[in-house]
Design a protein around this ligand. Structure first.
Ligand code: BGP
Length: 470
């Protein structure tokens, strides 16, 4: 008997804007992600007003999954995937975000994509909004700054819930909703001016998203009561730098600003601590009278989360309730880090699973985990990504301990970027996560040909043994 349940959802995860490309094919409108230029180590990603000629926008071609998905899904099926997490590009369905009618060609693409998955018995797991917003709505109302977004989002949800109700069971309303406090441009299409009150803008936008999420959950359940609709957060396990009580307090504060989001999505209301934080920081949320009820009615069915690394909190750092500048800021002397400075901490995943389950007692779904690394093609044409195998193996071991020994309820595991794709943080191609290599470089050149890495056969074996043969 294996530790994990028999119907455990093994699979992989991607997001539309990081893999599809075809950014204006078949009537698709421009999305916020299409307006973010590539960055490199010495050059940050830049959010432009529209598209500037000559700049490299990685989402425009990405790995051309839009045209090559059949080949890619056949490879996922060969690995034995039970599910495949992707997102629906909102601006393929509503090109400007607020049209009266959806774009049929966009809808057809996802019908075809989901049918292709189902043909192999792979369940689509869908993120409704993964780090992109129709650019038309960014221009018209400043994206999630405005409550107008709620109705546009709900119309998008209604359209896809109805259209795919017999093909998709697992949904997530927003990717990493809590990341708005760290990267409002990437997570919510919001650029905040230097003279604006950052927290005021961010938490108002977050409130609008939380209400939209809750209403979407209620709407989805009314369309198909069998839907499982979850939230999705980045989970950053935190450690206090020392056993100094103030470090431990700081550690608690650092994680609390992330729980602020999950508390609302799971419990249906802001915690007293969150309300006190708003009060103390002069944050005034504009809430409609119906919001409290909407939040209460639209609590989620499960918790999806991403876990990549852990972080250290210290009371010596500037006070910062967003916890943002604490991510990766202090080195943990007990852990190694990736080439991009992300610590590798499998035990931190066990802690994350325990913390979330103890707090909420809802089924958990690890919908992102993985190692971004530079891969090298050997002289014989193989890619020996042992470092990736080691990373995933150790994380799966800890995930099994959380289930087998700690009693956590876990429904699935979808490592991030199961096929190489564009990095959300840097726009690079060379930060690779996949079991499948894609021939494309940081400048956007390459044949786009696919190739199995050593991790491909390893993961196939893991799935076939339900996680027993690691
Ligand atoms: C998460 C995002 C993904 C993904 C991943 C890896 O935060 O949900 O979209 O890209 O991080 O990050 P990066 O691409 O920056 O390596």
């Amino acid at each position: 008997m294996s530790t994990l349940q028999n119907n455990f959802l093994w699979g992989g995860a991607v997001a539309a804007n990081q893999c599809e490309g075809a950014y204006c094919a078949d009537g698709k409108g421009i999305s916020s992600a299409d307006c973010i230029t590539a960055g490199t180590v010495d050059k940050a990603r830049v959010y432009t007003d529209g598209i500037v000629a000559g700049e490299n926008y990685p989402s425009h071609e990405a790995i051309d999954f839009y045209h090559r998905y059949k080949e890619d899904i056949a490879m996922f099926a060969e690995m034995g995937f039970k599910c495949f997490r992707t997102s629906i590009s909102w601006s393929r369905i509503f090109p400007l975000g607020d049209e009266a009618e959806p774009n049929e060609k966009g809808l057809q693409f996802y019908d075809d994509l989901f049918d292709e998955c189902l043909k192999y018995g792979i369940q689509p797991v869908v993120t409704i909004s993964h780090y992109e917003t129709p650019y038309g709505l960014v221009q018209k109302c400043g994206s999630w700054r405005s409550r107008k977004m709620i109705d546009c989002y709900l119309k998008f949800c209604e359209t896809i819930f109805k259209r795919y109700q017999s093909k998709v069971k697992y949904w997530m309303t927003f990717n990493e909703i809590n990341v708005i406090i760290l990267h409002p441009v990437m997570a919510a299409g919001i650029r905040i001016g230097k003279d604006e009150n950052y927290n005021q803008v961010v938490y108002q936008a977050a409130h609008n998203m939380l209400v939209a999420s809750a209403k979407a959950v209620s709407l989805g359940h009314s369309i198909n009561p069998d839907f499982k609709i979850g939230m999705m957060m980045l989970y950053p396990t935190f450690y206090g730098e020392t056993c100094h009580p103030l470090d431990q307090l700081k550690c608690m504060e650092a994680i609390d600003c992330h729980y602020l989001f999950s508390d609302v999505q799971v419990r249906g209301e802001y915690s007293r601590k969150a309300l006190s934080f708003f009060r103390r920081n002069g944050i005034h949320l504009e809430m409609a009278t119906e919001d409290a009820l909407a939040l209460k009615d639209g609590t989620v069915d499960y918790i999806g989360f991403s876990y990549y690394n852990s972080n250290v909190a210290s009371h010596q750092m500037e006070k910062d309730m967003t916890g943002g500048n604490m991510l990766n800021a202090i080195k943990n002397p007990y852990l190694k880090a990736s080439d991009w400075g992300w610590t590798v901490d499998p035990v931190g995943l066990r802690i994350a699973l325990n913390n979330l389950y103890d707090r909420y007692q809802l089924p958990l779904f690890i919908v992102e985990n993985g190692l971004g690394a530079v891969d090298k093609i050997e002289a014989d044409g193989t890619i020996q990504d042992d470092y990736r195998i080691a990373y995933l193996r150790e994380h799966i071991k800890q995930m099994k301990l959380a289930v087998g020994e700690d009693g956590v309820e876990l429904i699935g595991y979808t490592p991030w970027g199961c096929i190489d794709l564009v990095s959300a943080g840097t726009g690079e191609m060379k930060k690779r996560y996949g079991f499948i290599y894609v021939d494309k470089d940081n400048e956007g050149k390459g044949s786009l040909n696919r190739k199995k890495k050593a991790s491909f056969d390893w993961y196939k074996k893991v799935i076939a043994s339900n996680g027993e043969d690691l």
